[in-house]
Design a protein around this ligand. Structure first.
Ligand code: ADP
Ligand code: ASP
Ligand code: MG
Length: 424
């Protein structure tokens, strides 16, 4: 007997047939004598629709929020998961499985006050544990909890992964299975590179980089939580036949295990390639080259909630003026330009230039720590295909390269092949 948290994403609960199929996965684990809590996303496309509606509403006058009152945004977008949780509970009941749906606030899953991008601060799992221990399946709405203001708060897009890992940590689950529309974590997005290979294991650190650099198979925060709380997390497919041989294997379920680095016997130099679309590049030309300039630029951007990513500063020729280039999500570019214009006098730059539609491709691998030449290989591969590099950042285990959006797929495939990731 094990205690398992099973999470099903949007495509896995996209319609009533898929929800019935999910119920069969859950029933398999229940029939095997396991204690089960389930976390569900909204039906695929639902959250986008809800976000779209919220964005079409007028900005609340006097509010300091960009488009709408974020508390009401949360009230709207959290509703998708409420529907799928109820439907799955009914599907399970109709198969003779005792099940009950739970909304985040009912458990409660407590979050901070950052509506729209809240973090889970605490889960009181007493009732949940009591119910699952007596054999009732708890179907929990992902993506949401309750803030200190006593209102629903959502965890940011893709947040159901985080709900699942947090629930798994809170109920001290033996395993957290993230069911999705691919059968594991691949060397790169299999939708872009059909030659991508499924990894049987990936380290927490690498998964963290993959997720933060654009591989949306897991939300970044879910990987952080799994790492901190040592939650044994598998990524696997809900599209597999629920009753196929091996599906209920308690130790080695089919899929990818996210684990500690030392559990991986054969470590490759490069593990995967990730990409993030919709980056914008902003360049400030002829900025004063003196102490405090970077703080002067990036302080106000941070205060405006703009996430600055790659930063490149040139060394000035004469010690007086320099160029500063950085990236922000394309959706934030208008706001970023406005903030910079407001501070133009103080910063003393000549011109602002910006370009949207950039893509950041990243090469990730723990093996880079001990291998030289990984970056040079990437630069060569891109140059051979005539792809111009606009900015580069590196860390111990990753290289990120900013390129023109039109070359995204070509670059991902080139990098995937140059490190031999498409070879068995
Ligand atoms: P869910 O709705 O189940 O949460 P998501 O769409 O959020 O599913 O995440 C699954 C998707 O992540 C896959 O369909 C795949 O296209 C994408 N993806 C990106 N990078 C990877 C990767 N390295 N491995 C597997 N899937 C990836
Ligand atoms: N339904 C939410 C979203 O689409 C949360 C999730 O699917 O993880 O972002
Ligand atoms: Mg997801």
């Amino acid at each position: 007997m094990a205690r398992i948290v099973m999470k099903f994403g949007g495509t896995s609960v996209a319609d009533l047939d898929r929800i019935r199929n999910v119920a069969r996965h859950v029933k398999r684990e229940v029939d095997a004598g396991n204690e089960v809590a389930v976390v569900v996303s909204a039906m695929s496309g639902k959250t986008n629709e809800l976000v779209g509606w919220a964005q079409q509403m007028p900005k609340v006058s006097g509010g300091n929020l960009p488009f709408y009152d974020a508390r009401e945004y949360d009230a709207i977008v959290a509703s998708g998961e409420q529907v799928s949780a109820g439907l799955l509970a009914i599907a399970l009941q109709s198969m003779g499985v005792d099940a009950r749906s739970w909304q985040g606030w009912q458990i409660p899953i407590k979050t901070d006050n950052a509506h729209g991008a809240a973090r889970i601060v605490d889960i009181d799992a007493t009732t949940l544990i009591e119910r699952i221990a007596r054999g009732q399946v708890a179907v929990v709405t992902g993506f949401q909890g309750i803030g200190p203001d006593n209102r629903i708060a959502t965890l940011g897009r893709g947040g159901s992964d985080t709900s699942a890992v947090a629930v798994a940590a809170a109920v001290k689950a033996d395993r957290c299975d993230i069911y999705t529309d691919v059968d594991g974590v691949y060397t790169t997005d299999p939708r872009i590179e059909p030659k991508a290979r499924r990894l049987s294991k990936i380290s927490f650190e690498e998964m963290l980089e993959m997720a933060s650099l654009g591989a949306k198979v897991l939300q970044v925060r879910s990987v952080e939580l799994a790492m901190v709380h040592k939650v044994r997390t598998f990524v696997r497919s809900s599209f597999d036949d629920p009753d196929a041989p091996g599906m209920g294997d308690p130790d080695n379920p089919p899929g990818t295990l996210i684990c500690d680095e030392d559990e991986i016997v054969e470590q490759q130099v490069v593990t995967g390639i990730a990409y993030a679309k919709d980056e914008a590049q902003i360049s400030l030309r002829r900025v004063a080259d003196r102490p405090g300039v970077a703080a002067g630029i990036f302080g106000p951007l941070a205060e405006a909630g703009i996430n600055v990513d790659m930063i490149v500063q040139n060394i000035s020729e004469d010690g007086s003026r320099t160029d500063m280039t950085f990236t922000v999500p394309s959706g934030d570019v208008v706001k970023a330009l406005a903030v910079l214009e407001e501070n133009r006098e103080e910063l003393g730059f000549d011109v602002i230039q910006h370009e949207t539609g950039m893509v950041k491709v990243s090469v990730i691998g723990i093996g880079m720590r001990s291998h030289a030449g990984v970056a040079a290989t990437a630069f060569n591969a891109l140059s051979e295909r005539g792809i111009n590099i606009r900015a580069i950042t590196t860390s111990e285990i990753k290289i990120s390269i900013l390129i023109d959006g039109a070359y995204a797929e070509l670059a991902v495939r080139a990098l995937h092949s140059v490190y031999g990731l498409d070879k068995q």
